[in-house]
Design a protein around this ligand. Structure first.
Ligand code: 5GP
Ligand code: MG
Length: 463
């Protein structure tokens, strides 16, 4: 998982990128990076850590120019460390460019093997690098009948060729000396949006990044769309119009990943989360009695509001989040994950003592969070603790960029409902149904990727 941001024709593009990344920080805390160009040279800074600690004033001064791409990276197990930080700045046979990528390619291993056999040397272990080599080696491809703007003829055929070769999830930005290019895979797994302020253009994973730089949200790139922005304005292409790929917007973006104040996939995340809570309230009506519903901060807050409004059960903040948890606790090992929950949340005893409580969280993955919280609430004096999850059981790994682990680590894969309830020590456990979840989002079921819940993978290589 990652967050990406781009700026074109903007004074102090690096500073805008810095604030854009700051707004997208929730999408990745492992590393942060910005690349700018002044039309002649490229400047790049990428480091481990949160945006505010990784990128310094001196860095921003070095990052000259009126165009930028930027990236925050989420640490997934296996390739921790700053080595895979982006942007990737590449000198290729088709010119120099900087690339940022959000998503996961499902045919990466095959492509890497093929390219390596052809003599390509890889510098990183992340899948994003294949775009660079595919462009570098491409002989160009343009869909039959497509007319390219004269200014796009020197690069887009190579990009199109690379894009038709990769499979899986990508929202990418490419910064060239004189233009910025954005592309979204034909399934549209990950969001990617266009913002504008006067003659300045912005791109971002989520609309909250436009809010912070004072730009206006224009629209989302469509699945399969390639957009070029340069001194002449914006041009749009659909090189995969004839592809059979179905739209497959990641429903987990709505459930957990995106910020509640973002507008993605044509809806407000806040509204969707509230509806998830409402649907859950309808599904569990009459099955237990509680004195209060308590959200697990922050991800359970919005569904809990919806739940409370629908059910009439009062909402109480029985868990308070400590916002000053240091980075050393954001490491993906089991031990630290347990500690992290305790460091992060504490019980509000007057809300809990002697009360029957329903806690609500957005999702249950390994069961770590819920187990800790149930224990915490009981210790704080709660008489009964019911656990409500505003999404269905996560049963299948994600191949498209969400950090949903292997099948074995997913508790819903090892235990049945009663087994999970017992493991987390709750007096009751209720998940939202797949149907309930789909009622909470706009559009048709087939327009979303629900693979982590249903095993219905939208790409062949993912199954
Ligand atoms: P569990 O503790 O059951 O493994 O995970 C559930 C908790 O993790 C929920 O509170 C949910 O908000 C959060 N969560 C869900 N998906 C992700 C993810 O991809 N990364 C991180 N860091 N947390 C997640
Ligand atoms: Mg959470």
């Amino acid at each position: 998982m990652c967050g990406i941001f781009g700026a074109f024709n903007v004074d102090r593009a690096a500073l805008h990128a810095y604030w854009g990344l700051y707004a997208l920080q929730h999408r990745g805390q492992e590393s942060a990076g910005i690349c700018t160009t002044d039309g002649k040279e490229f400047f790049v800074v990428k480091k481990q850590g949160l945006v505010l600690e990784a990128i310094k004033r001196e860095d921003l001064e070095r990052l000259k120019g009126r165009a930028a791409v930027a990236h925050v990276r989420y640490s997934t197990a296996g390739d921790a460390g700053g080595a895979n930080a982006q942007p990737i700045l590449a000198e290729t046979s088709k010119g120099t460019f900087a690339l940022v990528h959000n998503g996961n390619l499902v045919n990466y291993k095959v492509l890497r093997k093929e390219l390596t056999e052809e003599g390509v040397k890889f510098s990183y272990t992340s899948d994003s690098e294949v775009f660079v080599h595919l462009i570098d080696r491409s002989e160009g491809w343009v869909p039959e009948g497509m007319q390219l703007h004269p200014r796009d003829k020197d690069f887009l055929p190579y990009l199109f060729d690379a894009l038709r070769t990769v499979e899986g999830a990508y929202s990418i930005l490419l910064l060239l000396k004189d233009r910025l290019i954005a592309a979204r895979d034909p399934h549209g797994f990950r969001p990617l949006q266009i913002g504008r302020s006067g003659e300045s253009w912005f791109f971002a994973s989520e609309s909250v990044a436009f809010d912070i730089v004072g730009a206006e949200f224009k629209r989302e790139l469509k699945p399969g769309e390639v957009v070029v922005v340069d001194g002449e304005g914006l041009r749009s292409y659909f090189p995969f119009r004839n592809s059979s790929a179905r739209r497959a917007a990641c429903i987990f973006e709505y459930i957990y990943f995106a910020r509640p104040d973002s507008y993605i996939f044509g809806d407000w995340v806040y509204e969707v989360r509230k509806r998830l809570g409402r649907e859950l309230a309808r599904e569990v009506a009459g099955r237990f009695e509680v004195d209060a519903v308590v959200p697990v901060p922050d991800s359970g807050i919005v569904p809990a509001i919806g739940f409370s409004q629908e059910s009439g059960v009062p909402l109480e903040l029985g868990l308070i989040r400590n916002h000053y948890v240091g980075r050393s606790f954001i490491e993906p090992t089991q031990e630290l994950r347990d500690l992290k929950v305790l460091m992060k949340l504490s019980p509000v005893k007057p809300v809990l003592r002697g009360k029957r409580i329903a806690i609500i969280d957005d999702s249950l993955v390994r069961g770590t969070t819920s187990r800790r919280i149930v224990k915490m609430l009981k210790r704080a004096g709660a008489e009964k603790v019911f656990v409500l999850i505003a999404s269905p059981p996560v049963r299948y790994p994600c191949f498209y960029g969400i950090d949903i682990p292997t099948k074995e680590e997913l508790i819903a894969n090892r235990l049945d409902l009663e087994g999970i309830r017992d493991h987390i020590g709750a007096d009751g456990l209720y998940y939202l149904s797949v149907e309930g979840m789909l009622r909470a989002v706009k559009g048709k079921r087939e327009e979303y990727c629900t693979a982590c819940f249903t095993g219905d993978y939208p790409t062949p290589a993912g199954g």
